[in-house]
Ligand binder design. Sequence first.
Ligand SMILES: Cc1cc2nc3c(=O)[nH]c(=O)nc-3n(C[C@H](O)[C@H](O)[C@H](O)COP(=O)(O)OP(=O)(O)OC[C@H]3O[C@@H](n4cnc5c(N)ncnc54)[C@H](O)[C@@H]3O)c2cc1C
Ligand code: SF4
Length: 547
Amino acid sequence: MKEPYDLVIIGSGAAGGILAKRAVEQGMNVAMLEAGPLRDKNKDFPYHQPFPYEDPYRKPKESVDLSKYLFVKNADEPYTAPQDKPFTWTRARNVGGRTLFWGRRCLRFNEWDFKGRSRDGQGEDWPISYQEIAPYYDLVEQFIGVTGVVENHPDVPDGKFLPPVALKCGDHIIKRACEKMGIRVIYDRRAMLTRAHGGFAKCHFCSACDKGCETDSFFNSAYRVIVPLQKKYPNNFTLISNAMARAINVDDRGLAKSVSYIDKRTGADREITGRAIAVAAGCLESTRLLLLSKSSRFPNGLANSSGQVGKNFIEHLTVGVRGYLTDISFAKPYDGDGIGSTHINIPWFGWDRPKNSFNFVRGYQIELGSAGFRLRLDKDPKGIPGFGADFKREVRRWYGTTMNLKAFAEMLPHPDNFVELDPKVVDKWGLPVLKIQISAHENELAMTKHIYETLEEIFHHAKGVELRKGPYIPGDSIHEMGTCRMGSDPKSSVLNRFQQAHDVKNLFVVDAASFTSGSHKNPTLTIMALAWRTGDYIVEEMKKGNL
Ligand SMILES: Cc1cc2nc3c(=O)[nH]c(=O)nc-3n(C[C@H](O)[C@H](O)[C@H](O)COP(=O)(O)OP(=O)(O)OC[C@H]3O[C@@H](n4cnc5c(N)ncnc54)[C@H](O)[C@@H]3O)c2cc1C
Ligand code: SF4
């Protein structure tokens, strides 16, 4: 009989995984509730499909229907959004959460990302500084393995990197184009093993990460954290899969005492007790769980005396331009091996420009995507008209030339951007679903214009053709943040600087719901650094008898 557990963690993705690691390794008795199953990576993922040359019709690799695993629409778990503001909420229900499918880009927030308000008066400053979190970035990078190069770029602090991979043709072309515009480009930083690391094999460059990795050469919480913890610590780590948390319960003192959850295999309602509870269900699901956890003490939802749970919703504004690089047309076959997609990143270049160069605050970074030998559909040989020599020439013209430049821009919090429970719609278990509302406002619209101009100029210098703009699709970034933000003032924030609820001292929210602002950098490295820090804090506080 292990109950009460020292710590009950809800969710097994990036946040839950790292928190569990820190707590379990330091001797705590931890239970983890995860709404999905543990996937069998060899059965569930169509790993190693035939390469085009192995296929009798030489067709490009099929893109796999991931919707079973990574879904937006789901009859069991719907959500709503205003009709004129649709939102795309991409979720996963399995051990490891979305880290089984993520793009693995790992950029540190810099000093000013944590102190935006001090810089430009917008939003709020974080209650922590870059200096405080830097040691945890180091620890996470060393644990997960991040490829990259020390570049001394003002936007992205350097870290502890594994060796980089050589640039591809498309990378060189875009890099040269950017240099003509005075924009610095860096080697991509991704959680991929470019040499054997931590007992896991080096990436063998098959470029099929979204179909599962036989060798676990990219970081994912399931096989790099949870399964190893189960094996190494069978006595103090318990994973309960297919367990959908539906409420966090409090005792007479207003402390969190247990989690009620649904056993999805049987439909049974169960309860698990803990000395501390950590919510790591992914930003929006964590927020929904707090809002669902109403009691006489917390009639507006748990830890919501400020009324801030669900407010300050931010994501990244994503807009892009795609085209074809004519310099690669008719190129001789070249070694395009690597860690999937392209191997460079374009950090925010505003730091190198005079103040007042822009009519907006904050910035954006640009990620590159190149289809390589997976041709875009309209340039698929089947879609190219012609016959014989003419046809072959056209195929060679377009083959592997696709380039997609996609900017991720910081969004400011806005009173119109929030989530709340929708009392009119319930999920399979009769619980109110989340209503999600977000749209771009003045600053984001000014940034969008600037992004399009910049991306088109890059393509111009790169001799790109057939350019197409991609609009902002709310939710497309898959970087939801900020609905239970950290802050020093309990009236305007939900959590303190250790992701601990101001209202309930043994309750923690360890995912991106805690972010005070979103920067323009992918959030997961920061999620993990914060979870690591909070794990150490919880252990210390328990040792001191404060929890
Ligand atoms: C295609 C794709 C590309 C991405 N690329 C990048 C990238 O390059 N860089 C980057 O930084 N980020 C990227 N992301 C985002 C990244 O995956 C997330 O930021 C990260 O996984 C968030 O971790 P998390 O632990 O907060 O949530 P998740 O990984 O979503 O894990 C949450 C877990 O909680 C479980 N859960 C939810 N509700 C409950 C409940 N009520 N009870 C029990 N369990 C519950 C879920 O089943 C899930 O397993 C990408 C995401 C996708 C899908
Ligand atoms: S490219 Fe590397 S990390 Fe991705 S699936 Fe292949 S071996 Fe694994």
